[in-house]
Ligand binder design. Sequence first.
Ligand SMILES: Cc1cc2nc3c(=O)[nH]c(=O)nc-3n(C[C@H](O)[C@H](O)[C@H](O)COP(=O)(O)OP(=O)(O)OC[C@H]3O[C@@H](n4cnc5c(N)ncnc54)[C@H](O)[C@@H]3O)c2cc1C
Ligand code: SF4
Length: 328
Amino acid sequence: MKDMMPSFNLVQPIDVKSAINLLTEAGAGGWAIAGGQDSFDWFKDRIKRPHTVVDLSGIDSIKGIRETDDGGIEIGALTTLTDVEQNPIIKEKYGLLSTASGRVASPQIRNKGTLGGNVSQDARCWYYRSGLDCYRAGGNTCYADTPEGMNREHCLFGASRCVAVTPSDTAVALTTLEANMVIVGPNGERIVPASEYFIGPAIDIERMTVLEPGDVLIAIRIPAKWSGAKFYFEKVADRATWDFPLVNIASAMKVSEGIIEDISITCGAVECVPKRLTVVQDIVRGSAANEETASLAAGAASRGASALNYNHFKIPLMENLVKRAIRG
Ligand SMILES: Cc1cc2nc3c(=O)[nH]c(=O)nc-3n(C[C@H](O)[C@H](O)[C@H](O)COP(=O)(O)OP(=O)(O)OC[C@H]3O[C@@H](n4cnc5c(N)ncnc54)[C@H](O)[C@@H]3O)c2cc1C
Ligand code: SF4
């Protein structure tokens, strides 16, 4: 880590249209920042060197939380994680997201870091973040997927040359809540379900999301569907203080008289994208929320997992988190 960032042109638009124009003009040399908590590491380490940084933090129209006509909520992408965690409506109706936001990093990072930045952050693979020329950085090898590679944090599913995982704690909660991401770019607005916002290396090895150059994520909309459901979020990390997940889990269940009527469940840090556990959903829907169902679900969750040399522990960890989510 070095202290001095290489210089860049800093532009501070106050509306989305200007931000898109500035990013489009800057092309490959442009970089959007929100809270800067992921970006500044790249700049200080002199690994990513944009010539133009477009600071989105002055765009007030994409901050804040409001209820929508359909009974859901809309969260401006520039809303800080602290505001998301502490918002009374989110706490009351979508406690899953409040809990997940409160488990990101440290209070200082949550005060600056935004929800939009959290779901758009880059991979945390040690080799990549050190500036090595791996596949994700445009090279032709993966340093983590070698016999001696340090891969205990890496994936169990969906490897395709790169074995990095999604590091975001809020991504799993938003995927479970079936949120929609509102993106505005040079060609107008599009709405992408959270389950399609995150992309794996087989689709594009150099990006973690569908955001294209010039795109700005303006809001995250959460439908009413899971409002007030029975939620479970748990994150296991090496340290209880600021640390990325080794595995995290987010579930929403509708339980009536002990029977699971409906469920949405997602596991993080086991694949490059939040992993929707659709097989688990199919198995437990209509069953009793008890130990037996939880055990069946746990076994199904890890089916197809392919461990690397040093991350076998993630399989029982994932299974146990699924178990705990189902039995609550
Ligand atoms: C020590 C440390 C510990 C951390 N621990 C965790 C953790 O436990 N869990 C976790 O989930 N994260 C963690 N993080 C990652 C990160 O700090 C947070 O995810 C934070 O929320 C990032 O938000 P930001 O607004 O600061 O992002 P920025 O750095 O501003 O942006 C991140 C990326 O998203 C893009 N971006 C941001 N906003 C938009 C937008 N509106 N439209 C288009 N693109 C956008 C930027 O171009 C950039 O590529 C940690 C970071 C550090 C430094
Ligand atoms: S896991 Fe991905 S990011 Fe890490 S070294 Fe391999 S290709 Fe690079």
